[in-house]
Write a protein that binds this ligand. Sequence first.
Ligand code: 3DU
Length: 211
Amino acid sequence: MTELILALDVPDRKEALNIAESCAPFIDAIKVGYPLVLSSGLSIAEDLASPGLPLIADFKVADIPNTNRLICEVVFSAGFDAVIAHGFVGADAARACIEVAHSHSGKAYIVAEMSHPGATEFFHDGVAERIAALAVRCGADGIIAPATRPERVARLREIVGDKAIYSPGIGAQGGDLDAVARLVDGVIVGRSIYAADDPAAAAERLSRICR
Ligand code: 3DU
């Protein structure tokens, strides 16, 4: 089974909560990023607690170790179950996020390679492979890898072994769910669900492919 994670990038609290509630039977986790948390506040984590799904804070944390630690303490104290951090900042900074996550019995995922076209400007010549290896070395729970490039996901799988790979880029960014579903532990889907006429029906359709 491949998990289906809803990227709830809806900058309106009420609409976000409605979508989360209607999609909850078909999804395995909810990812909250800046669009929702900056518009609604960190208390959105409490508001989203009722479907009982894991809540992932996608803040792509990328600062010095001390600041990363402070950010992650706030994230987990707010009720999130996992955080997404960047790996390019180096092992000490990534480790700070991972340590705080684990001290709260939470999880930390490291972005190894991004999914948009511009990502290839810097993620090349083995950079993503090195970040994936860093994630393993630092004890991260998994990595983020691009659904828009299944061959890259397969390559990064060789490095991370049975650590989780969560993969954004399906649908709106051009990635094909069928092409990555069996390579990853979970897919992260935003617009194809929340911008659909019927988000719950869209989530149900995608969840059938994942299962
Ligand atoms: O393209 P979508 O609307 O399905 O949303 C994808 C989500 O995943 C969105 O929240 C974006 O910020 C996040 N994400 C990527 O798209 C690509 C990455 O490399 C990392 C995270």
